[in-house]
Design a protein around this ligand. Structure first.
Ligand SMILES: [Zn+2]
Length: 572
């Protein structure tokens, strides 16, 4: 890369990509907005805008003009960005005008790792409750209307927010006629009742598989099951059945529901991790019905959908600015929030080092295969042992087939150290750390201890190493509200006021870059979104207060006043 640093080189690449885009858009051969005096425009600015926003405290996430007052939108894209006078001048009687009344305006927020299908949110048993009694009541309620032998399934359970540990016997008290599962919001552990164990043929004597665990107390199954040990439950018991049409309808309605929830929180783009065939179709159906109001980049679940895409030569980048193929996702270890990730040192007060779900050989083979089929790869790796393994696999593959722009990812990339960070930077790999975890899951970090938490969700360390790190909720594991994320990353303080890993604090401006332009970079879309820049998609959010102007502990309370995607108001 000659005299350029990696960061400069990538910045230049993005600028050039933007310039080409604008040239094509305008057809007028105008130079890139970023390089012209204010107002920066694309060629389209000469036509009357559909929409202008004026009187804003506009934080653009565009370093060439970080704060402006106003912008204009045409055909769903920003066409001019600048002062009130500049932009008002462009409007005609037909132009819609948003008077921001000095509110803060940011690019739409981007969550780079989410699992929401919305189906549970609409139809499932919510077990995000604070007492065992309430969970029993929720299960009993659902069981009353469910035929015996059919599964009763709870979701969003959170063990550390409960009055006492949930057990198999607690669930037996709710029902013995139905198999019951209560899934942790983290997605890696589930609690089952005795009926479920009986149907699966699991007894106190059953040995643990290498890639999972049946937790026991004094030799007895206590109900908690981790990782792939849960596979034994997948083909037993009966499930409520739906016709293919009903199933498709539920999936579509679920996704439409998520669009609304995301928009209300200020999210305009989400990377859907482990998208299945059902979810791909749900996105398309939603869009057809005009119900898709957030943009999605899908990391396809490894398995049948991924195999079919490979066979069809469809790969990363396929699609458009609403629904596109991002990459493929694999899972190499356990969970941060459920304390099963694989680490070089054990959890506090135990000799438990966590769980691996792939071997080095499996990782090497999977990454070779996905890379050579032109996919961006995202491997879920939380612990330092696993991150090292994933990096070894990326280093090996990229030695064979160098591709500096592929931007393979390490999903979560939770516990790091200086050596891992150096290797991530050298490879151009993108880590996607949790961004609401410090705030929301504070009570869980005692299981790791301060020495580890200093190097967990290490946004500061990644930025310092020149890595364009984004953020991710992993919803359902973490809440997806971006304002909680900003506060969490800026304060490193949990909801009870305890500070975790203060050395990883970032500034508000850095947090905003993480939540916008760096999110776009993680799916190689920084030339079309992530900042309020002429030529980019007009995705933006109005916030009732400026995060710079309130105490950092009150950022979470800032209200989203309006969310706009492609120039259309979708919330507010
Ligand atoms: Zn995930």
């Amino acid at each position: 890369m000659g005299e350029y640093t990696r960061g400069e080189f990538l910045g230049l690449g993005a600028a050039l990509a933007g310039a080409f885009k604008l040239d094509r858009l305008s057809g007028a051969g105008r130079t890139l907005g970023a390089q012209t005096p204010q107002p920066s425009t694309s060629g389209l600015a000469t036509a009357e805008p559909d929409l202008i926003l004026v009187n804003g405290n506009v934080l653009t996430s565009d370093q060439t003009q970080p704060r402006v007052e106003a912008f204009a939108v045409k055909h769903g894209r920003f066409v001019a960005v600048g002062s009130n006078a500049d932009i008002r001048h462009l409007a005609t009687r037909r132009t819609q005008v948003i008077d921001a009344q000095r509110m803060t305006v940011t690019p739409g927020f981007i969550d780079t790792h989410c699992h929401a299908s919305g189906v549970n949110e609409l139809y499932g048993v919510d077990t995000n409750l604070r007492t065992v009694r309430e969970i029993q009541a929720a299960i009993r309620g659902k069981a009353a209307s469910t035929p015996p032998g059919f599964w009763v399934t709870g979701f969003l359970f959170d063990d550390t927010k409960l009055d006492r540990p949930l057990t198999r016997k607690d669930l037996d008290e709710a029902t013995t006629a139905h198999p019951v599962s209560v899934a942790h919001r983290g997605g890696h552990t589930t609690f089952y009742n005795s009926k479920a164990f009986e149907l699966a043929g699991i007894t106190n004597q059953t040995p643990d598989p290498t890639d999972g665990r049946f937790f026991r107390e004094q030799g007895e199954l206590n109900g908690r099951v981790a990782e792939n040990a849960r596979n034994v439950f997948s083909n037993v018991g009966k499930h409520e059945t739906f016709t293919p049409e009903q199933q498709r309808d539920r999936a579509r309605k679920g996704m439409a529901h998520m669009s609304k929830l995301f928009n209300a929180a200020g999210l305009t783009s989400v990377h859907h991790a482990r998208a299945t065939q059902t979810e791909i179709l749900a996105y398309e159906d939603c869009r057809k019905h005009g119900e898709l109001t957030h943009r999605v980049s899908m990391m396809i679940r490894s398995g049948p959908a991924f195999d079919a895409l490979k066979a069809a030569n469809i790969h990363t980048g396929f699609g458009d600015e609403w629904i596109r193929i991002g990459g493929v996702k694999f899972i190499a270890d356990g969970s941060a929030s459920e304390r099963t990730m694989r680490m070089s040192t054990p959890f506090v007060g135990t000799d438990d080092h966590g769980i691996l779900t792939m071997t080095q050989q499996e990782l090497d083979d999977a990454i070779d295969d996905a890379h050579s089929h032109n996919f961006q790869v995202g491997v879920h790796a939380n612990g330092d042992v696993t991150i090292d393994m994933v990096l070894k696999a990326y280093e090996r593959t990229l030695r064979k087939w160098p591709d500096p722009q592929r931007r393979h990812r390490i999903e979560h990339c939770t516990l790091v150290n200086p050596d891992l960070i150096r290797r991530i930077a050298a490879l151009g790999v993108i880590p996607t750390p949790f961004w609401t975890y410090v705030y929301y899951h504070g009570e869980k970090w005692t299981a790791y201890g301060d020495d580890k938490v200093d190097w967990m969700f290490a946004h500061r360390s990644f930025l310092d190493a020149g890595i364009r790190v984004p953020g991710a909720s992993d919803y359902t594991p973490g809440p997806f509200e971006p304002l909680m994320a900003l506060q969490s990353m800026v304060t490193r303080t949990d909801y009870k006021g305890r500070v975790w890993g203060a050395r990883q604090k970032v500034s508000i401006d850095e947090a905003l870059a993480i939540a916008t332009i760096n999110g776009a970079y993680a799916s190689s879309e920084e030339h079309v979104k992530g900042s309020i820049t002429a030529g980019k998609l007009a995705d933006f959010v109005l916030l009732e207060k400026d995060p710079h102007a309130v105490p950092a502990s009150e950022i979470i309370g800032i209200k989203v006043n309006r969310t706009v995607v492609g120039g259309t108001t979708v919330y507010g």
